[in-house]
Design a protein around this ligand. Structure first.
Ligand SMILES: NC(=O)c1ccc[n+]([C@@H]2O[C@H](COP(=O)([O-])OP(=O)(O)OC[C@H]3O[C@@H](n4cnc5c(N)ncnc54)[C@H](OP(=O)(O)O)[C@@H]3O)[C@@H](O)[C@H]2O)c1
Length: 292
């Protein structure tokens, strides 16, 4: 099948609480232009990235990851999503994250205190133009226990502002801490062929039916495409399938388990089509072994 006809359903679906999503989703961090989080960089072309979002949905993407702190000088990921997609399709799940924050000039603020999380949730509601958020991830950094923060989000869930909760940048003990307070539908951690630090967390999620949502699966620890060199094994598999290294990287994450949801990030319409098509790329046992 020609690449541009492959849809996000080609890798199957998974459930986030009571919502079903295609396993190929979309990450919104790259929509704003310049280097990610770079308030001084060149803003993205508005029409082009709005086109990317609309095309993603046309291709069956119904799981979009975002954050209020994804913004550059003139672009906000949430505003672009709102502009491109509202009124939102019924089956679209928008997942956002709270914890980190930036001031209006883009400088990072310390991790929010538990009592500040309501304001961050409300900021996402305003920007996305919604009355509730489908999924909110607590994106932690440096906490031994996330119980207090996660408890604050659980209260907002009880109040109807949030439908489902997830956690991000976590270790296995954080998952147990959160689950003692409220259900966790997804865990979002850095993970990819070159970064297996979250292998145990991925497995634990699989055992418990929790979605594992890797980020930097294409970019790797270099955090930008090309930041990590593609190994000969990746290049050989790409050649064998007439695929690109980025597609091999996405397909590899999907092969780690049916609970793995890809959210590749791009502001490039051609990369979008390629990333969605990666859902149809099946790697053989030998190929997977060669990537280990
Ligand atoms: N929870 C967290 O702490 C956290 C942290 C980071 C990101 N995230 C989320 O995870 C999503 C994915 O991570 P990410 O966007 O940082 O990294 P990624 O998906 O691993 O890679 C994105 C990078 O790869 C390029 N790229 C994308 N598709 C490509 C393709 N087919 N061929 C070649 N290059 C390609 C993009 O540039 P182009 O725009 O030029 O395509 C961009 O530089 C983000 O968008 C964000 O929603 C979460």
């Amino acid at each position: 099948m020609p690449t541009h006809e492959i849809t996000a359903a080609s890798a199957g679906t998974w459930t986030l609480g009571d919502m079903t999503v295609n396993r190929i989703g979309f990450g919104a961090m790259r929509l704003t232009g310049g280097a990610a989080f770079d308030s001084g960089g060149t803003p993205s072309d508005r029409d082009r990235v709005i086109g990317v979002l609309r095309r993603a949905v046309e291709l069956g993407v119904n799981h979009i990851d975002t954050a209020a702190f994804y913004f550059s000088r003139l672009r906000s990921a949430n505003e672009l999503i709102n502009r491109a997609l509202a009124p939102y399709p019924d089956d679209l799940v928008i997942a956002t994250k709270v914890g980190p924050g930036r001031d209006p000039s883009g400088d990072w603020l310390p991790l929010a205190r538990p009592d500040q999380l309501r304001g961050q949730v409300e900021e996402n509601l305003r920007q996305l133009g919604r009355d509730h958020l489908d999924v909110v991830n607590l994106r932690q950094h440096g906490l031994d226990s996330i119980a207090e923060h996660f408890g604050a989000l659980a209260e907002l869930r009880d109040a109807g502002l949030i439908r489902h909760l997830g956690i991000s940048n976590v270790r296995p003990q954080h998952l147990a801490q959160a689950q003692a307070i409220a259900p966790v539908v997804c865990v979002q951690n850095a993970y990819g062929i070159d970064n297996r630090l979250s292998d145990k967390t991925l497995r634990t999620c699989g055992e418990q039916g929790v979605a594992f949502v890797p980020f930097y699966s294409i970019a790797g620890d270099g955090r930008d495409a090309g930041g990590v060199a593609d190994s000969e094994a990746i290049l050989a598999i790409a050649r064998a399938h007439g695929a690109t290294p980025a597609q091999v990287r996405i397909a590899w994450t999907l092969a780690r388990g049916p609970h793995v949801l890809a959210i590749p990030g791009t502001g490039n319409p051609d990369h979008l089509v390629e990333n969605v098509a990666a859902g149809a790329l099946r790697l053989s046992a030998d190929e997977l072994a060669s990537l280990d």
